[in-house]
Ligand binder design. Structure first.
Ligand code: NI
Length: 166
């Protein structure tokens, strides 16, 4: 169990599509460290490339700020279908600290993934969990919130981020 360093955008590893994850001991150890790291950073989701591992794995706890912890681990997540209805809301990212970007996404998704034993699950996610899962799956595809914005908004937020980093 360890808290890992979190990569900051524009680290090129955050723009690299990830390879499939295996449900093995190395992945189980990584997932435990990623959960430690996520809670330590006060985040609600963290994807493996954010700690420099280019594997299709993310961790999430959408509700721990409102109640007891309920850590979840998702290997090789796949969005099977999504609602036509969308929601737009501010998204933060532990790799882009200080920036909240308004991103539009489907409100509801049907998700398939494997757990740390390799068992496959399906579930319909809505609300914050649906948004968070889509944000983390974007990371596995090398996509960050900046990539989901209009060119004007992206330029403005990137400039603010660069100023804050100086
Ligand atoms: Ni993020």
């Amino acid at each position: 169990m360890a808290v890992l360093p979190i990569l900051r955008w524009p680290d090129p590893r955050l723009a690299t599509p990830c390879a499939p994850a295996k449900a093995d001991d190395a992945t189980r150890a990584l997932a435990a460290d990623m959960l430690d790291t996520m809670y330590a950073a006060s985040g609600r989701g963290l994807a493996a490339p954010q700690v420099g591992v280019l594997t299709r794995l993310f961790v999430m706890d959408a509700t721990w700020k409102q109640g007891p912890r309920s850590p979840r681990v998702f290997l090789n997540p796949e969005i099977l279908s999504h609602s036509v209805a969308t929601a737009t809301g501010p998204e933060g990212c532990l790799s882009i600290p200080g920036v909240l970007a308004d991103v539009t996404r489907p409100e509801t998704i049907r998700l398939r993934w494997a757990d740390l034993s390799g068992a496959v699950h399906e579930e319909t996610l809505d609300g914050f969990a649906a948004i968070c899962a889509q944000h983390e799956i974007d990371h596995l595809d090398g996509i960050v919130t900046f990539d989901r914005l209009s060119p004007d908004l992206r330029a403005a937020l990137q400039a603010a981020y660069a100023d804050a980093a100086e």
